[in-house]
Design a protein around this ligand. Sequence first.
Ligand code: XIL
Length: 377
Amino acid sequence: MNKRILALVGCALLTSLTASALEQPDNKKKDDKSEKHAPTIKEVYQKHFLIGTAGDLPGNYSREELDLVKANFNIVTPENCMKPGPIHPREDAWRFERADALVKWCTDNHIAIHGHTLVWHSQTNDWFFRDGEKAAVTQRLKEHITTLVGRYKGKIQGWDVVNEAINDGGNARTAKTENLRNSPWLKTLGPDFIPLAFKFAHEADPKAKLYYNDYNIEAGAKHESSLVLLKRLIKNGVPIHGVGIQGHWSTSHVPYEAIDRAISDYAALGLKVSITELDVTIRGASGGQFGRGRGQGTPPSAQDLKAQADAYARLFAIFIKHKDVVERVTFWGLNDRRTWRVGQHPLLFDANNQRKPAYGAIVEALQHPRPGSGAPR
Ligand code: XIL
């Protein structure tokens, strides 16, 4: 009797096990399907380079926007809150609240941070240059960098140490020189302000990746000047790790060939490259300077969006080709509402956080590259 019961129980168990074993793959398939999502850009490019966004997070961002950041980006650049102006308004006053909140939010969400920016001619208070006395200004520069970089040591993976030090335009003559911008930094400290800034940053966090960052340095006389400057820094043993090409372009004008060559030129100097402030406007002037082409809010047509998607795809084909040198590609903003180029529809998400055609084009650029797309057409 006991044996029969045992046999029956055994049989029932076996049946249910077999059934569940048979069912499992199906169930699992179902689960997989429900959990599976189309890979996001940071996932698609995981083995190539970091994909970043800029913003003063989490601040007044909506939950939907913060979720969008978490899903799509693995590195954040503070758009404004770590610039000298907002964070160090007076010599004896610091405003760390927003920067601290950003570092905490990114750390909690396992998102890396690239610091921006320590030395710039813009968004920097006049007190730095008061009296113009070299030793005093050097001391202020040192104190600023030491305090800021030191505070986030080990939490911020790298810094744009010097931003936009080279003059716009240029010609065959200036191309042979550094052609530095006549900023208060240059006026008070001379060309030494650049190596000094890198030295102070390196001392404050020896592991941080230190970048020189600028716009329009991929082409023409400004590119040549950037090479002259970088060669000086390298020759003098300055602890520079990479060059940031900002990447403020417009759909109708992206200098593909120049970008391709510029990355190779910087790599030949032994430097890494990041695209640090990428946006490709649909209409209106682009470029690094602020204030041009704003307010042209006409909605983009399907054709506009397609042209923008093509431009982004061609750009990413170049970045993929240089994946050994390119460390990071960061978009300057999150969506077409949170961008300094409002009205020019420059980013991957529209104002309602929906993916634009450019998003899919960037994914496709890696997953289904067009033949020969790595070489600029
Ligand atoms: C811009 C910000 O996006 C704006 O919000 C701010 O009003 C001005 O600065 N190059 C840089 C960035 O290095 O810091 C600039 O950011 C855009 C140009």
